[in-house]
Design a protein around this ligand. Structure first.
Ligand code: PMP
Length: 286
């Protein structure tokens, strides 16, 4: 089925939506994006995603030629035009077209587009039985290099670690930071449970501050589960009672082995299951 793409303010067929070869988003990864979910006709955590989109834009000094409420309306317009109820939205802004040099000055034509499509989650059995992951040797980019808080179009750091996961025969890899602390996975945040406490790398670890991560922390707080946002080592992962990863596309995936070491009992743990149930309830509530 041919989708309609919201492209610089117009809805156009997907086959006609094109970013120019001189666009610095293509030439240098100079741009930003968001991945957003729609459940039962509602955009999940819409304002948090729109806010992070504008924060990412500010982080790379990209002036988005729309207001937050215009972007909000554009997301809704794209969903309505495609007649979607449960979908995945990709909101992108590129630097725009310029000459071949990397200089971002004098680029005044950012390209903003929204794709609404079906969602590709992990296979269902992984949510039920848990998923193996590995730690990558590729470290997460230093926060003073390209801040991982910016959801930029340059994902090569994550893709390098994704290659390591795929080479090891698994779907995700945990990346450590420049200090050796656990940071995040290639496209997901990571949590562990130990002695009934939920722990996740703190923002200062150099993570993308995931919106699903925030939702899970709030659900844990509301459910009386103690939480710690802190530095974690690879050893902490190995001795955890439970582990799971979170992301907009993935939701909450139980992790049952890391570097071929069994986590906890080797099955999704009780706190993980409680949080998955609370999350499933939340995405469906009005
Ligand atoms: N970390 C990285 C590197 C990501 O790309 C993502 C998004 N897929 C996440 C974490 C999870 O963030 P969110 O919950 O906002 O999707």
């Amino acid at each position: 089925m041919s989708r309609l793409i919201w492209f610089n303010g117009q809805l156009i067929p997907a086959a006609e939506a094109r970013v120019g070869v001189y666009d610095h988003g293509v030439l240098y990864g100079d741009g930003i994006f968001e991945g957003i979910r729609q459940y039962h006709g509602r955009v999940f955590e819409k304002s948090a995603h729109v806010r992070r989109f504008f924060d990412s834009a500010k982080g790379i000094r990209l002036a988005v030629p729309y207001t937050a409420s215009q972007v909000d309306a554009a997301l809704e317009e794209t969903l309505a035009a495609n007649n979607l109820q449960d979908s995945y939205l990709r909101l992108v802004a590129t630097r725009g077209i310029n000459d071949l040099g990397i200089s971002p000055t004098n680029v005044t034509n950012p390209c903003v587009f929204i794709i609404a499509d079906s969602i590709q989650m992990y296979p269902a059995e992984l949510y039920r039985d848990g998923m193996p992951i590995v730690t990558a040797t590729t470290i997460r980019s230093h926060p003073n290099s390209l801040s991982p808080k910016i959801k930029s179009l340059n994902y090569l750091n994550n893709i390098a670690a994704k290659w390591e996961a795929l080479d090891a025969g698994v779907r995700e890899a945990v990346m450590l930071n420049h200090l050796g602390y656990v940071c995040e996975c290639t496209a997901d945040n990571i949590f562990i449970v130990r002695h009934g406490e939920l722990a996740t790398p703190c923002e200062e670890s150099g993570i993308l501050v995931g919106i699903t991560r925030g939702v899970v922390l709030n659900l844990a707080r509301a459910g009386g589960i103690p939480i710690a946002e802190t530095n974690l080592t690879r050893h902490d992962l190995y001795i955890a009672d439970e582990c799971f990863i979170t992301g907009t596309g993935a939701e909450i995936v139980p992790i049952t082995s890391i570097d071929r070491r069994t986590i906890g009992t080797g099955k999704p743990g009780p706190i993980t299951q409680r949080l998955i149930a609370a999350f499933q309830k939340k995405v469906r509530e009005p």
